[in-house]
Write a new protein. Sequence first.
Length: 141
Amino acid sequence: VFVNETLAKIRTICDQCQLDYIQLHGNEPDNYIHNLDAPVIKAFRVRDQSDIRRVNQSIAQRVLLDSWSDSQYGGTGRRFDWQLLKNIEKPLVFLAGGITPENFPEVKKLHPYAIDISSGIEKYPGKKDRTKLKQLFTGAL
């Protein structure tokens, strides 16, 4: 995961680590996608329909949609209005932001390509809760 890194630094790390995918989580421009060898997952912070238009205008085919925050790029534990997903024109949507075992049935109805879970299944920051993980994955079946 890269947040507002230079293209040169991303390339160097990709070469050293032989990454399968690159996740861009900052304000990186679309030309980064053309200039990287590995497939890119471009994260977008969503607060309203104008952000969905920005997602649809991007050349990224793999997009991660997360909650808007003025102070951080992801990891807020908050969800955005998931009804906005009906206006997404991208084939591969990764959904993030406030996903919990309790709201996972709603997530399933949205048919995201993948989900990004973190704080919604933690006991406290950085410590995953086995019970919550089990509940979420049991609901995934």
